[in-house]
Design a protein around this ligand. Structure first.
Ligand SMILES: [Zn+2]
Length: 71
């Protein structure tokens, strides 16, 4: 969320000027929200997400094998 110190105000990313400055006082506010979001996600989050994906995929395979074993 873009925050302007001098104005003491939050701004919607869409209302911030194209260059990322405050529309009322012109202070440089923040990097574009998308860049900030991707920088805040640590690498170990993606490692965990990948591990969870592999684990769930493996569980899905096991589930299908178990179901096939019933017939
Ligand atoms: Zn401002």
């Amino acid at each position: 969320m873009p925050w302007c110190e001098p104005c003491d105000k939050f701004y919607n990313p869409n209302t911030v000027s194209g260059d990322g400055s405050c529309p009322s006082c012109g202070t440089k506010i923040d990097a574009p929200a998308v860049v900030v979001a991707s920088n805040r996600i640590p690498w170990h989050f993606w490692l965990l997400a990948a591990a969870a994906g592999i684990y769930l995929g493996w569980r899905a395979v096991q589930g299908v094998v178990a179901l096939l074993g019933l017939f």
